[in-house]
Design a protein around this ligand. Structure first.
Ligand SMILES: *Cc1c(COP(=O)(O)O)cnc(C)c1O
Length: 234
């Protein structure tokens, strides 16, 4: 099914309120951490939602959008071509889809292995990337194991056409986010000692953005707190 068959969310009168509330949460988290709200980028994760919701968010001034499935992301990006929307790919990515994702994505947050670096790297197609690190012991959760992080950072930093922005992570379900993000900060310091330009940190979702900002997150990936609950996948 195409995303446009979902009922339109653009008429949702509470969307503006939820966006404003998240912006206030982000600003407050920044102030509490002694940081500038302007230094934080909020990416609205619109997965499972129709392009009409992205349009409504564009009308409210949002420009950064996150998606985690290639086909859905590609269709929405095509539908919103010519708008101010910028696309962040935040899901696990197959090597054979890499070039297609590069065609519409401005940033890929989920670099988790050397072969994906090689599949995305092209000096003719500059791309911003984050290396995703797995903060759990479950290899299925996405991201490179901390033990392999430094080699992957070195590889991504040296890849032609890729600009390594920093690390990305999702807090584990079974650990305090503050503790997990403190560990992430240590890993980010290690990454920066290898690649000094990699100074950004993609962390923090609806439930844990405050803890992420406290530990240095610069790119927040916020879904449900802004969009409302996600439609059931078709
Ligand atoms: C869905 C998703 C988010 C947003 O999650 P919410 O809890 O809805 O804020 C952030 N990051 C990734 C990688 C996601 O897949």
């Amino acid at each position: 099914m195409t995303t446009s068959t979902f009922p339109s969310s653009s008429a949702d009168p509470e969307l503006a309120d939820r966006l404003a509330a998240v912006r206030e949460r982000v600003a407050e988290a920044a102030r509490s951490a002694g940081r500038e709200p302007e230094d934080l980028t909020t990416i609205v994760v619109t997965k499972f939602h129709p392009a009409s919701l992205v349009r409504a968010l564009l009308d409210l001034g949002a420009t950064e959008f996150g998606e985690n499935r290639h086909q859905e992301a590609r269709d929405k990006a095509a539908e919103l071509d010519g708008t101010a929307a910028r696309w962040h790919f935040v899901g696990q990515l197959q090597g054979k889809k890499a070039r297609q994702v590069r065609a519409y994505a401005d940033v890929v947050h989920s670099i988790d292995r050397p072969s994906l670096v090689d599949a995305l790297a092209d000096p003719a197609h500059p791309l911003d990337v984050f290396v995703q690190v797995n903060l759990t012991d479950d290899p299925g959760r996405g991201g490179v194991a901390p033990a392999e992080l430094e080699a992957l950072v070195e590889h991504a930093d040296a890849a032609p056409g890729l600009r390594l922005l920093g690390l990305m992570a999702v807090a584990p379900l079974d650990e305090e986010p503050a503790r997990a993000f403190a560990r992430l900060r240590g890993l980010a310091d290690r990454a920066r000692s290898i690649a000094p330009e990699a100074r950004f940190l993609s962390a923090g979702m609806s439930a844990d953005l405050e803890q992420a900002v406290a530990e240095g997150a610069t790119h927040l990936r916020i879904g449900t707190a802004i969009t409302g609950s996600r439609p059931v996948a078709g």
